[in-house]
Write a protein that binds this ligand. Structure first.
Ligand code: 3H9
Length: 708
């Protein structure tokens, strides 16, 4: 019998099951706690308290989850009552036992609702956690006060600061839930447990009164440890130290005082730009999956994968494919190269074995999915082949001619080129509609970004297949158009030039790197060169020399280092010195002398830069080229540029990506910076037509982010 036919009852239904009021949250896709859901929950508890025939309440989620948390889309908008903390307090205050039955996600506010209930049961497949920290927040509906009271300060801090998910069994072991259900039938398990509690006359049992913080000294020691570790590990992040403060209040203050502090700190987090950046990243990484082709076409089969080339890239790709549980056939030109390719792969797994993260048996089992051949004919049955040979169009065309000859009809033929013209490559064979770019980032088995480069003639289902492969490999795919460098490397080339110019004008590479790290990147641009190998960029610069605009500024400092064979970490020196194979470099006075000499040669009187000036120029160059990439439809939307930089280039996630950062700074400010810098070098600092247009219209990049 449905009791309440009113409005929010559509999202929170109530049904009497004997003496139990069954409250079901039915708000697809993940039962997020929107205003209507909060209203519905509150009304259900009020109804239960008021109705004498009801003896207990059971809360469940419809569909695949209990509750995934607060409705993230509401953050940053004016709050609508009732607030989630009020709803949780009301649940806890209910005079009849309230039971939460958890399947799927009980995350953030979802777990907080469960903690406000008096009893909890979870079934296999449940995911419990307080992941607010990943959104720049802290649990703001009593989570920082109830969790430590229930499971102790150390366990609560671990859960809240890591944002990790726990399963039903672990949650039970730590005291977060009272029971693990025997079957996965959440309704049956929840009802049986509630009836059992009623039969046993189980009392209302409020988490606010739980006693896991009884050992005050141990609890405070856990807080001190967490505070010290957090200050080190979460440098630059706002919410983690607030979390520690809130949990400390759970020990030192009565429950209501702790709740008040939690609310104050939560609102500070909500107002922080980091919250805006992290929530943008959350939605952007889901939006990139919605390329037009993934909506319109069905992926082809992906049961057997071929990789041509067993070098660093080919082997890394092969490992990514093997790790996804798929078989790989590797092609190399001769037996020795094939053996090297296999050795590259084994080295990755041996490294894991040495760290205790893989067993020898598991490695052997994985390697049974690997096969190698020196004949392309071994690819006859492959569904998708990824070419990862030397970066040269003629060499790649020769490979594609072979693939054209041996591969079955309908096989997807992919190239891992990082800048070559894929349209030309596709046009060189008889089946251009099957050709696509899959640009992996090194190390390919680790880096999450996969640029899916879409040439003119490709069929939609080939693009859909590339996205499906990314899913299987647990990569984040970003759709890119064909141009030199696609999205990421094209933008990189421009802000690298800005960094080079600042170096020649007077900033040391060490100051630039430090300023960029202070902004939040894990490494500065010159450290990245040293890590990747200076010879790679050198080869690209030589390739581009013939087409470079002779009027454009060209800084030669990096060439001077390469001419000396200083290619970075692998040669023991580059921009930095790496004594005896060390991986963290030290500044090199000889490099500084070379830079001085280059300034003299170029007729430049060095000047000083503040760290802030360095970041302004670096970011303006990145944002402007990002705008060009969107303007030319190389990226579908600004958010695709953001995800590219978050997943492939170490852009600090809490700033949301370069285009989100630009929106937060304000596009008029970015444009003014570019125009100011153009006084010195008008050829380099040409404002993107898209940026000018948005500023003129008073719009921002976010306005272009709707699904393309
Ligand atoms: C919080 O709770 C604060 C409180 O402490 C205090 C408040 C006062 N809201 O990931 P999927 C959408 S902070 C709105 O593809 P899956 C998502 O955008 C919150 N929307 O599915 C997507 O939309 P679309 C703490 C949400 O099965 C669709 O749902 N909670 C929310 O791979 C499907 O999502 C979290 O941080 C939300 N909370 O994974 C949990 N969650 O179809 C965040 C999802 O239009 N969520 N959407 O693209 C997750 O971790 C995963 O979504 C989940 C499902 C594991 C639940």
């Amino acid at each position: 019998m449905t009791l309440d036919p009113s409005a929010d009852a559509a999202l929170v239904t109530r049904e009497l099951r004997g003496k139990v009021l069954l409250v079901t949250i039915d708000h697809a896709p993940v039962n997020a706690l929107s205003a209507d859901v909060r209203r519905g929950l509150l009304a259900a508890i009020e109804a239960a308290d008021a109705d004498k025939s009801i003896e207990a309440v059971l809360i469940v989620g419809a569909g695949r989850n209990f509750i995934a948390g607060a409705d993230i889309r509401e953050f940053g908008k004016p709050p609508v009552p009732p607030s989630l903390p009020d709803v949780c307090n009301r649940i806890e205050a209910c005079t009849k036992p309230v039971v939460a039955a958890i399947h799927g996600a009980a995350l953030g506010g979802g777990l907080e609702v469960a903690l406000a209930a008096h009893y909890r049961i979870a079934v296999d497949g449940a995911k419990l956690g307080l992941p607010e920290v990943q959104l720049g927040l802290l649990p703001g509906a009593g989570g920082t006060q109830r969790t430590p009271r229930l499971i102790g300060a150390a366990a609560a801090l671990d859960l809240i600061l890591s944002g990790r998910h726990t399963g039903a069994k672990e949650a039970h072991a730590m005291g977060l839930v009272d029971r693990v259900g025997r079957s996965s039938d959440i309704l049956a398990e929840g009802l049986a447990y509630t009836h059992e509690l009623l039969a046993a006359h189980a009392p209302v049992r409020r988490t606010r009164d739980a006693a896991a913080l009884a050992d005050r000294d141990a609890s405070l020691a856990a807080v001190a440890t967490a505070r010290a570790e957090t200050a080190k590990k979460s440098r630059g992040l706002f919410s983690p130290l607030k979390i520690v403060e809130a949990v400390e209040a759970a020990i030192e203050q009565p429950f209501d005082g702790g709740l008040r502090l939690e609310r104050k700190l939560f609102l500070q987090c909500i107002d922080s730009p980091q919250r805006a950046g992290l929530i943008h990243a959350f939605f952007a990484e889901r939006e990139v999956l919605k390329a037009p082709e993934t909506r319109d076409a069905k992926p082809r089969a992906l049961d057997a994968i071929g990789v041509v080339g067993g070098g660093t890239m080919g082997a890394g790709i092969a490992v990514a494919v093997l790790d996804a549980g798929l078989p790989v056939t590797m092609i190399e030109r001769d037996d020795a190269s094939l053996a090297r390719g296999r050795a590259h792969i084994e080295k990755v797994y041996d490294g894991l074995i040495a760290k205790g993260r893989l067993s020898a048996e598991k490695k052997a089992q994985i390697m049974t999915r690997w096969s190698g051949s020196t004949s392309y004919d071994a690819l006859a049955r492959a569904d998708l082949v990824i070419e990862a040979v030397f970066e040269d169009l003629a060499v790649k065309q020769a490979v594609f001619a072979e693939l054209d000859r041996v591969c079955k009809a309908g096989a997807v033929l992919a190239t891992n080129t990082s800048y070559l013209d894929i349209d030309a490559l596709a046009a060189s064979i008889s089946r251009p509609a099957d050709v696509i770019g899959l640009h992996f980032f090194s190390p390919a088995n680790i880096m999450k970004l996969l640029e899916v480069v879409v040439p003119k003639q490709v069929r939609a289902d080939v693009v859909a297949t590339a996205f499906e492969l990314a899913k299987k490999l647990r990569k984040t795919p970003v759709r890119a158009g064909v141009c030199d460098g696609f999205i990421g490397n094209r933008v990189l080339a421009v802000y690298r030039s800005a960094a080079d110019a600042m170096m020649e004008d007077g900033a040391s590479p060490y100051q630039i790197d430090a300023a960029v790290r202070a902004f939040g990147f894990p490494m500065g641009p010159f450290q990245v060169v040293d890590l990747a190998g200076g010879d790679i960029g050198w080869a690209t610069r030589k390739r581009r020399a013939a087409t470079r605009n002779p009027a454009a500024r060209y800084v030669q400092i990096a060439d001077r280092l390469c001419e000396r064979g200083w290619f970075g970490q692998k040669t023991g020196r580059g921009f930095y010195l790496y004594p005896e194979g060390s991986r963290s470099g030290t500044p090199d006075p000889e490099v500084e002398a070379i830079i001085d000499a280059e300034r003299v040669r170029a007729g430049i009187t060095p000047r000083t830069f503040t760290d802030e000036e360095i970041v302004r120029r670096y970011m303006a160059a990145m944002i402007n080229e990002g705008a060009n990439v969107v303007h030319e439809h190389i990226a579908l939307r600004p958010l695709d540029v953001d995800v590219t930089f978050l997943y492939g280039y170490g852009f600090p996630r809490y700033r949301g990506g370069p285009m989100k950062y630009a929106d937060m700074i304000g596009l008029p400010k970015i444009l003014a910076d570019i125009r100011e810098f153009a006084n010195e070098d008008p050829l380099f600092w040409r404002a993107s037509p898209l940026l000018i247009d948005l500023v003129e219209r008073g719009a921002d990049f976010a306005s272009l982010n709707q699904s393309a």
